[in-house]
Ligand binder design. Sequence first.
Ligand code: FES
Length: 125
Amino acid sequence: MKQPINATPYPQDTHRIHILDSEAVFEARADLNLLVAMEKARAQGIGIGCRGGGCGKCRIRVLKGEYDSKRMSRAWVSEADEAEGIVLACRIFPRSELVVESEMLPLAEPYQPRSSSKLQSAAIK
Ligand code: FES
């Protein structure tokens, strides 16, 4: 599963990704996070939101394979979750073939970018 960050991968290194929910299969560059790689491949199956680890929409469970990761927001992924392979797709980088499935949390309200929330708050006052 999660591996310590190694030397910077070569951009030409690619790994096959399987998303069980959508049955999507695509090649992902090792230097791109999994969410960006999915978008570049025009594949679907992982929720797309902020792309920066802040909204939780890209939460997935890695069922098989190796990856490096950046720090996860504990608002969306607990330490126990992370130990079970639950991660944010926008924060992981494939290091082998991966098999993943969506692990979205029920959100109380749809995600809105922070700037939009501020604008709405300002409009309400
Ligand atoms: S897209 Fe928002 S946390 Fe990944």
